[in-house]
Design a protein around this ligand. Structure first.
Ligand SMILES: Nc1nc2c(ncn2[C@@H]2O[C@H](COP(=O)(O)O)[C@@H](O)[C@H]2O)c(=O)[nH]1
Ligand SMILES: [Mn+2]
Ligand SMILES: [Mn+2]
Length: 476
């Protein structure tokens, strides 16, 4: 497809005007610098997304956008079932509900420093990490089905966490509409031993401290102050989510042909939301979301157990749990009309502003926490959702720094042990299952997260609240 040049429509907003088969324009939120660094494929993929039936407003890319399967990573698109809108596997991604949960500890940096090595070692030993890692929980087929419906709620009912944790998880810990009958045996078999495991790659558990506060009022509402120790857990739906995506790429490929939806890229396959195939995918995807929410809940429980041993004065509470790869049913006002939309976010964080009924009471006046990973050697951020972002981008923001270099190139450039030593000299303790994995994740393999966050802030998608820095990291 011919890629039209971009028109600048705001200081941090660029548009590909509607042309050809595009039903809506495409819009990229970025600084000029980030836009110039962004691969061309983002524009092509966004233009393709803009051709899909029932798309509302515009196909959107966040400041950390880069090439993905079908949709760009950092892509957001909303579809209206009442207008023949579609649902797409490529709009959600393979690691369904990959996301970050941040825990408050009630501790200050000075309290943790003397026991940091012991704490990181204990977390590393307790929380299974690495490719194909398995946990202590072994689920029967019936129990796994309960997880896929109940999500974090299941975990809390089984004693993995506190009832109040659920208030601080999107969807209160359980996405409605999940139906395990729509998930293949192949997908289920891969998950019986994987609940409560971190996985590999860019999944991590990081002990961090609050290095800087930008918005004191919102930080107070979030319970954050300078030098506070927090913990961020980044992982998703493990093998189950991946297999659901693989299975439904096949199903929706057939559906695209059946319903005569022209597809420009294999992973853009989709089905009308209201078709049997579209509904089956939604129900399976919701199982993937619930699996990820249960996973992060069980890991939080393990974190509590470790802290109870090593730093018993800790009081672990959930700040918030955000998902990156989802399709959610949400109400949004578009052109003065309230509409029920299927919002796809792929590598994008929900970032609802004040007043949304989905938010817990404690955050309803300020907006939701938006948790942004950086790298294991640099800072990460906590932002807050805005009304402007809710209007401009269906309440969405960036989700990380985004890679600057391929995993392959990073492995050729660095040795894992050197990266670990380099970080140790900065006082950051890293424990990892795979040295090659550490090389792939070297901080310089990522873009500058501060530039991504600045663009997100200045575009009005979400506002900066706090910057956090790593003390210790666990990688798969
Ligand atoms: N604080 C840390 N952030 C990290 C680390 N490794 C990766 N990342 C960031 O996470 C995002 C999200 O990744 P995705 O899998 O959801 O696409 C990524 O862009 C990085 O910025 C880490 O060890 N610590
Ligand atoms: Mn993931
Ligand atoms: Mn993620």
């Amino acid at each position: 497809m011919e890629i039209k040049s971009l028109v600048q429509v705001g200081e941090y907003e660029w548009e590909i005007p509607r042309s050809g088969q595009m039903r809506v324009p495409a819009r990229i939120f970025a600084s000029r610098e980030l836009l110039e660094e962004m691969d061309e494929k983002v524009r092509e993929q966004l233009s393709n997304v803009a051709t899909l039936p029932g798309i509302v407003g515009a196909a959107l890319a966040m400041p950390d956008a880069h090439w993905g399967y079908g949709f760009p990573i950092g892509g957001v698109a909303a579809f209206d079932p009442a207008e023949g809108g579609i649902i797409s596997v490529g709009g959600v991604g393979y690691d369904i509900s990959c996301g970050v949960r941040t825990l408050l500890t009630g501790l200050k940096k000075e309290q943790i420093e003397p026991v940091l090595e012991t704490l990181i070692e204990a977390l590393f030993v307790t929380i299974p990490a690495g490719v194909g890692s398995e946990g202590k929980i072994k689920l029967s087929p019936t129990q796994l089905d309960e997880v896929l419906v109940g999500g974090a709620r299941w975990a809390v009912e089984k004693g993995y966490g506190l009832p109040e944790d659920l208030d601080y998880i999107e969807e209160n810990g359980s996405l409605p509409g999940a139906d395990p009958a729509c998930v293949s045996m192949e997908a289920k078999k891969r998950q019986y031993r994987q609940i409560g495991t971190l996985g590999s790659g860019n999944h991590y558990l990081e002990v961090q401290y609050v290095a800087q506060i930008y918005d004191h009022q919102v930080a107070r509402a979030f319970g954050l102050a300078e030098d506070d120790v927090i913990i961020s857990i980044h992982c998703g739906s493990r093998a189950l989510g991946h297999q659901i995506a693989t299975d439904y790429l096949r199903v929706l490929s057939g559906a695209s042909r059946k319903y005569g939806i022209p597809i420009r890229e294999k992973e853009l396959v989709c089905a009308p939301i209201d078709s049997p195939e579209g509904q089956r995918y939604y129900k399976a995807m919701a199982c993937g979301v619930n699996c990820a929410l249960a996973n992060r809940q069980v890991i939080s429980h393990l974190v509590r157990e470790v802290f109870a041993e090593v730093v018993p004065e800790a009081n672990i509470r959930v700040l918030y749990d955000v998902s990156h790869n989802t399709c959610k049913i949400e109400e949004h006002e578009v052109a003065g009309r309230r509409r029920r939309l299927y919002v796809h976010r792929k590598g994008s964080t929900r970032a609802f502003g004040p007043g949304r009924p989905e938010l817990p009471q404690a955050y309803r006046k300020v907006g939701q926490p938006v948790i942004i990973g950086g790298t294991m050697g640099t800072c990460s951020y906590i932002l807050v959702g805005t009304t402007e972002g809710t209007t401009k981008a269906f309440g969405s923001a960036c989700h990380g720094a985004g890679r600057a270099m391929s995993r392959h190139a990073a492995k050729k450039r660095w040795r894992g042990s050197d990266v670990i030593q380099h970080l140790a000299r900065q006082g950051i303790v890293v424990r990892a299952k795979s040295m090659r994995g550490v090389a792939e994740e070297a901080p310089l393999a990522y873009k500058d997260v501060s530039k991504v966050v600045e663009a997100t802030h200045l575009a009005g998608l979400a506002k900066k609240v706090a910057m956090v820095k790593p003390l210790g990291v666990i990688k798969g």
